[in-house]
Design a protein around this ligand. Structure first.
Ligand code: NDP
Length: 249
């Protein structure tokens, strides 16, 4: 690899599986010191750390529920004391619940909003405190194509992903003058645990609408994250970058 993130400290929420894992591995391969968080799959997070160490990189995994303000404070506090800085925050952790409006339970709404909106808010606020002192930093929010275009049967999930777009653009305006860029990635249909319950015929229909003719891989997203996290993306701010193989054009 080319050392694009040499000695940068990168925090990836939900870095133990799926898209977060691919981002964590790529960042470590580019020379970053990587901190990943997990909430229920400790073994997966430990495996990611072991894989990074095997590749001669540096990483730690910390348990933190993104919905929990104390957990968030404690991860950021640990990064401050152990690493002394935080260069990149990737708000990746998220959940998906699919239901038509009339079938959607209030509890489902609450947990989607708490995980997908409150989590990135808590982490961005805590990270920005460090980044503002440094006068530099990158925040990358993992939104979704459905946050841009909407999706039948996913009204609340889509809305949480739209939240990240408004949040990204507003923070880009607020923090840009202070040396921090804030961008979002809007992935299309990516092959992770998150989409495993989707029925085969729905899966095939979705893939038939992707111009590149295939489902995305977590690494397809990680490559864009590296661009935004590194000097390659130094003048990109407040953008929502679709990475969907041409699913929506
Ligand atoms: P996965 O289900 O594979 O992974 C989700 C990750 O989020 C896990 O690491 C999980 O931790 C973590 N997580 C979930 N809830 C919490 C919580 N309360 N606190 C801390 N961590 C939590 O999903 P993906 O990799 O597919 O998704 C990653 C992001 O990408 C999500 O924000 C998703 O909305 C978005 N996305 C995904 C798409 C796709 O097609 N896959 C398309 C568009 C966007 P643990 O491992 O401990 O359970």
């Amino acid at each position: 690899m080319t050392g694009l993130l040499k000695d940068k400290v990168v925090l990836v929420t939900g870095g133990g599986r799926g898209i977060g894992k691919a981002i964590a591995l790529r960042c470590a391969d580019e020379g970053a010191i990587v901190v990943i968080t997990w909430v229920s799959h400790e073994n997966s997070a430990t495996e990611v750390v072991n894989e990074i160490v095997k590749r001669n990189g540096q990483a730690i995994a910390v348990r933190a529920d993104v919905k929990d303000e104390e957990d968030v404070k404690s991860v950021i506090g640990k990064i401050k004391s152990d690493c002394g800085k935080l260069d990149v925050l990737v708000n990746n952790a998220g959940i998906m619940r699919n239901n038509l409006l009339l079938m959607t339970k209030t509890d489902e709404f609450d947990s989607l909003v708490a995980t997908n909106c409150k989590g990135p808010f808590l982490f961005s606020r805590a990270a920005a405190k460090i980044m503002l002192k440094q006068k530099s930093g990158r925040i990358i929010n993992i939104s979704s194509v459905v946050g841009v275009y909407g999706s039948k049967g996913q009204s609340v999930y889509s809305a949480t992903k739209s939240f990240l777009i408004g949040f990204t653009k507003s923070l880009a305006k607020e923090l840009g003058p202070l040396g921090i860029t804030v961008n979002a990635i809007a992935p299309g249909f990516i092959d992770t645990d998150l989409i495993q319950d989707i029925r085969q015929e729905v899966r095939e229909d979705l893939i038939s609408h992707i111009a590149l003719g295939r489902i995305g891989t977590p690494d397809d997203i990680a490559k864009t994250a590296i661009f935004l996290a590194s000097d390659l993306g130094s003048y990109v701010n407040g953008q929502v970058i679709g990475v969907d193989g041409g699913q929506v054009i």
